[in-house]
Design a protein around this ligand. Structure first.
Ligand SMILES: [Zn+2]
Ligand SMILES: [Zn+2]
Length: 390
């Protein structure tokens, strides 16, 4: 019996062999074998290094639109601490975000769509590497994974929500991710003779507190934004003013413009504190994932699909976690859907990226049906897929 008829068995097999971003070699080979076993080997097109696509043409032979369904493939540098019989066999590596579930549910949906293709729309299935490490979506885009695609859908299982809850959110659903670092350079000296030094510790402290006013004073209160300093390093002795302090942190927001405004504010603060304290604050501001912004027309389509799947729907939910599906939605309209995978028995649910992360495997069948429902709804109105960004 093919694993493509059993999402749970497929997910467990993938869970055993987690691999880090752009190193999903066994994972990729395993999936290719599974599709090869149903005669699809020649139709798999490599993209983004370890990723691949599979095109499913419509029954009519003439595609009126093309829909992309995407699953991410990579795992995390975490040592698994679950007692699952199918726990990771790769030391220090774990599927702790549910990407194994994404691959399994999409692979089973793809097999069913191959057996029973839609009438009018073509479906491109994308297995994308390197979501966690970043760069996977862009690598796939560079290799043409979105060429000819009219609309894109992606699913993420989500442990913070009860099993089966389907999230439909127009606009930003996952945040854009920025990392920043600041090197505060002063003039080292004696702790008892501060007036002959330029103290980078006091300047760094002022910077950290001033950065907290960006969310409250510089960005509109209706616009969600997070500015977090996650590391501070400087000094070795109680009676010495060091020469340098380094800070790093992250910024999250649902709008690229907000991330730009935070950068400007951080630069203003760095310049002003440097001037006032006689130190120099050099800011590095690095954009990683773009915000994941869902398009209204695609959300409307996903809503109809969710109605077919049944179960509870949740409108407007969003999270400040990041996701590189935002890169795909920057190129083509589409929708990223979260589906609750939390254990409904009431026990404590482990969050994503925890070494004890487990999902309720009931989500696999729901995600698999959601993929096919999106295709079925699109097949009923291919013109809606070509509606421009809303
Ligand atoms: Zn993750
Ligand atoms: Zn993830």
């Amino acid at each position: 019996m093919s694993l493509l008829s059993d999402a749970v068995a497929l997910r467990r097999a993938l869970h055993r062999i987690p691999e880090l971003s752009f190193a999903e070699h066994k994972t990729s080979a395993f999936l290719k074998d599974v599709f090869g076993a149903i005669g699809m080997a020649d139709r798999l097109v490599p993209v983004g290094g370890t990723g691949f696509t599979l095109d499913i043409p419509p029954r009519s032979g003439r595609a009126e639109a093309t829909l992309l369904l995407r699953a991410d493939m990579d795992a995390l540098p975490i040592t698994e601490l679950t007692d699952l019989p199918f726990a990771s066999t790769h030391p220090g590596c774990m599927h702790a975000c549910g990407h194994d579930a994404h691959m399994a549910s999409l692979a089973v949906a793809a097999a069913r769509l191959l057996a029973e293709p839609p009438e009018r729309v073509a479906v491109r299935v994308l297995f994308q590497p390197a979501e966690e490490g970043g760069g996977g979506a862009l690598a796939c885009i560079r290799d043409g994974a979105l060429d000819g695609v009219d609309m894109a859908f992606g699913i993420h299982v989500w442990n913070e929500l009860p099993l089966g809850q389907i999230v439909l959110t127009t606009g930003g659903i996952m945040a854009g991710v920025v990392s920043f670092s600041v090197e505060v350079r002063g003039q080292g000296g004696h702790g008892a003779i501060p007036h002959l030094a330029a103290d980078p510790i006091v300047a760094a402290a002022e910077f950290i507190l001033a950065a907290q006013t960006i969310a409250s004073r510089r960005i509109a209160p209706v616009e969600p934004v997070v500015v977090t300093v996650g590391s501070v390093h400087g000094g070795d002795a109680f009676n010495v003013i060091p020469g340098v302090v380094t800070l790093s942190g992250t910024v999250r927001a649902y709008n690229a413009e907000t991330l730009d405004r935070v950068e400007a504010a951080l630069r203003d603060i760095a310049a002003g504190i440097g001037l006032a304290s006689g130190t120099q604050l050099d800011l590095t501001y690095t954009r990683h994932a773009r915000p994941t912004v869902n398009h209204a027309a695609a959300v409307a389509l996903a809503r109809q699909a969710a109605e077919r799947v049944g179960g509870p729907r949740l409108e407007g939910y969003r999270t400040m976690a990041g996701e590189d599906f935002g890169e795909i939605l920057h190129v083509v309209p589409g929708c990223f859907v979260l589906i609750g995978s939390g254990d409904t028995s009431g026990t404590k649910v482990e969050p994503h990226h925890s070494p004890r992360f487990v999902i309720d495997e009931g989500v696999l069948a729901i995600a698999e049906r959601m993929h096919r429902a999106v295709v079925a709804v699109a097949d009923g109105d291919p013109a809606a897929l070509r509606a421009r960004r809303a």
